[in-house]
Write a protein that binds this ligand. Structure first.
Ligand code: BTN
Length: 233
């Protein structure tokens, strides 16, 4: 197992992804940065990420040969770890972890040369969110009234992610995608995906081998969407 072979732990840090960047070229592959609280955490597409104590905030340093399905693999690993604890979130493309349509976790993957920092955020035991997030964000605690042991979830996420990372290395991409299909809430659903100025609206058919979402527009045209923010109707 390489993920978690070296651990940097902080009570408070600006962002575990940013700290992981300072370790590039010196820390071994699999190094994890973990923090109880982040003061300047980031989400995808330049958003900020609310990170009070109670959440699982971690970043993993990797040097993969290919990055195509890495974020998908991380999302699947988180989902599968939570399922082990009897929590049953779903995945929204590409790798948002959701419960009752609200986001309880996400993955921010950043690439620097041939290093990849996979940032994982899971709203575990958070009891309230600022007003502006209440409609879109939630936590495992708010959804289930269960308080999970963060250390146990952390250990399992490392283990699961290590396993999926191993599968990526063995080119078992189809197995990872089939797990994603098991967890996703999107198959057969109507979505709108926004990527910059472009919008694709239609029914989700599948996910492609490269991680693109396969969507059929109302005129029957099939689109392979490789980036963007997905809204479930
Ligand atoms: C998303 O927008 O869905 C991705 C959210 C990723 C948040 C995590 S928390 C740990 C790591 N550090 C950060 O600054 N961001 C990621």
């Amino acid at each position: 197992m390489i993920i978690g072979n070296k651990l940097y732990y902080f009570d408070t840090i600006s962002s575990t992804n940013d700290y992981a960047k300072t370790l590039l070229y010196e820390a071994p592959e699999g190094t994890v940065v973990l923090a109880d609280e982040q003061t300047d955490a980031r989400g995808r597409h330049g958003t900020s990420w609310y990170s009070p104590p109670g959440g699982l905030w971690m970043s993993v340093l990797l040097q993969p040969e290919k990055t195509t399905l890495l974020s998908i693999a991380a999302g699947v690993a988180v989902c599968s770890s939570l399922h082990t604890f009897g929590i049953t979130p779903g995945l929204k493309w590409p790798n948002d972890i959701i419960m009752n349509r609200k986001k309880i976790g996400g993955i921010l993957t950043e690439i620097v040369d041939n290093n990849v920092i996979v940032g994982i955020g899971v709203n575990l035991n958070i009891r309230s969110f600022p007003q502006d997030l209440r409609d879109i964000a939630s936590s495992v605690f708010l959804q289930t009234k269960k308080h999970l042991d963060k250390k146990m979830v952390f250990d399992l996420v490392c283990r699961e992610f290590d396993e999926y990372y191993g599968m990526l290395k063995q080119n078992q991409d189809r197995d990872i995608l089939s797990k994603w299909r098991d967890y996703t809430v999107l198959l057969g659903q109507q979505v709108t995906i926004q990527a910059g100025d472009a919008t694709v609206a239609g029914k989700v058919l599948d996910i492609g081998l490269n991680g693109a979402l396969i969507v059929m527009r109302s005129d029957g045209q099939i689109e392979h969407v490789s980036t963007g923010v997905c809204h479930l109707h």
